[in-house]
Ligand binder design. Structure first.
Ligand SMILES: Nc1ncnc2c1ncn2[C@@H]1O[C@H](COP(=O)(O)OP(=O)(O)OP(=O)(O)O)[C@@H](O)[C@H]1O
Ligand SMILES: [Mg+2]
Length: 418
């Protein structure tokens, strides 16, 4: 029987897709020579087209006129999803934007394989929104609808770490494995074992903390002060000053919120700060970022700085803000990172401990910890897990594609049931 089901790992930062070729997961070449693509969308005003992945990133970097979006997965479940809005050259909802991205994956997979892939087995984080159960439910409804609009006649969801457990390497009978999937938007855990060739999931759990939150923490601490965060502004009437409100800096530091800051009200507010601020130069930068729509350029610079400082013995890692001001560089050190990410590391640790509690297990019963996800490459994450599981062997899987490989296995199982 021909495969009809595509496994899709729609990630906050990167997306991958796969199906089974014989008895092995086969990852789709979603971009020339690549089995992952950035979860980015660009609405090009002049050409009146939507581009995806690396092409969308390139359009942003080239400064093309239009609207760039990344981390749309983080917006699922919020009221922003269903509002029809003007995006560059057309009116649409963000659900439609996600659907277009997914349709692109479907089309590329069909073109690459010559198959008709009308069903999907889709990854989902254990919790999209860990502090708000209602929002968490709505996020799944939104994502299911996007798959439907994308042209899939059915979609079955699977927890991302459970998919990764299917694809993880051998685990001896009786031993317990833990998937630690730290992505762009969420951290997800599954405890599993193998029995008679089958993978048994014992418990799964997740928290809304990921690499985009790391970027945000670094940006708020290292970059946003250069745009006036924490600065004082002279009162319009009378004496005295007030502190610049934090919201705009928070939003500019959040990947998924950047596209919504480019409006006349916010720009005018920054204009007032630039005129009346005690440090006008800093607030002028804020104005320029909003006026020239450089929010994502800053986010990419912060992300690159984060990855650079994470390389062992990196020499003078910097956040390069040259796009905003020639020669503007912000040093970042491992000590900065440790301080900025301590809270997030603690949340990730707590979530791992809660996963153990759900399985009624203690940390020393886990024999193997398997790292998945780009942010599992962060030292702070590894150190946290090594500390919690001193007895376990730490293993790496394919950080960016293990979930998609597992979804490919699950997709074949879905085909077999059909
Ligand atoms: N070498 C690296 N060192 C540290 N972090 C990295 C590295 N490479 C990528 N990252 C980070 O990993 C994150 C993306 O990881 P990944 O692609 O696994 O996420 P995702 O699957 O898209 O997100 P999610 O599963 O949470 O929806 C980004 O925040 C990115 O900055
Ligand atoms: Mg992921």
């Amino acid at each position: 029987m021909m495969p009809q089901t595509l496994g899709i790992d729609f990630g906050t930062s990167n997306t991958a897709a796969g199906l089974m070729a014989g008895d092995r997961p086969y990852l789709i070449e979603v971009e020339p020579g690549k089995t992952t693509l950035p979860t980015s969308v660009f609405f090009d005003t002049q050409r009146k087209v939507t581009t995806y992945g690396s092409a969308a990133n390139a359009a942003l970097i080239d400064g093309r006129e239009g609207r760039f979006m990344r981390a749309l997965k983080s917006v699922l479940g919020t009221s922003l999803m269903r509002e029809e809005r003007q995006i560059a050259y057309e009116r649409l909802t963000l659900i439609e934007a996600v659907a277009r991205f997914l349709r692109t994956i479907k089309t590329r997979a069909e073109d690459a394989t010559g198959l008709q892939l009308t069903h999907a087995v889709a990854g989902r984080p254990v919790q999209f929104h860990s502090r708000d159960p209602e929002r968490n439910k709505r996020a799944l409804v939104d994502l299911a609808e996007a798959y439907e609009i994308a042209g899939f006649s059915s979609v079955e969801f699977m927890f991302e770490p459970e998919a990764a457990a299917l694809a993880a390497g051998v685990l001896e009978p009786g031993k317990l494995g833990l998937i630690v999937d730290i992505g762009g938007g969420t951290s997800d855990f599954s405890i599993f074992r193998r029995k008679a060739g089958e993978t048994q999931i014992i418990a799964s759990h997740g928290v809304r903390v990921g690499g985009t939150d790391f970027d945000k923490a670094i940006s708020l601490d290292r970059v946003m002060p250069l745009l006036g965060r924490g600065g004082e502004i002279r009162n319009d009437i009378g004496e005295g000053t007030y502190t610049a409100p934090n919201a705009i800096f928070n939003d500019l530091a959040s990947w998924e919120k950047i596209p919504f800051q480019y409006n006349p009200e916010t720009r005018n507010m920054a204009g007032v700060f630039a005129k009346r601020g005690l440090d006008q130069r800093r607030f002028q930068r804020l104005y320029d970022v909003l006026d020239m729509e450089l929010g994502h350029d800053l986010a990419f610079a912060v992300e690159a700085g984060k990855i650079a400082v994470n390389v062992p013995d990196a020499e003078d890692p910097m956040i390069d803000l040259g796009v905003l001001e020639k020669g503007l560089m912000v040093p970042v050190t491992p000590a900065h990172l440790a301080a900025e990410l301590a809270g997030h590391a603690a949340s990730i640790r707590t979530c791992a401990e809660e996963t153990l509690a759900r399985a009624d297990l203690s940390a020393d019963q886990i024999t193997t910890v398997v790292f998945v996800g780009g942010s599992s490459l962060m030292h702070v994450v590894r150190d946290t897990m090594r500390d919690l599981f001193p007895q376990a062997t730490l293993e790496d899987s394919e950080a960016f594609t293990a979930v998609a490989s597992g979804l490919a296995i699950a997709a074949a199982q879905a085909d077999a049931r059909r």
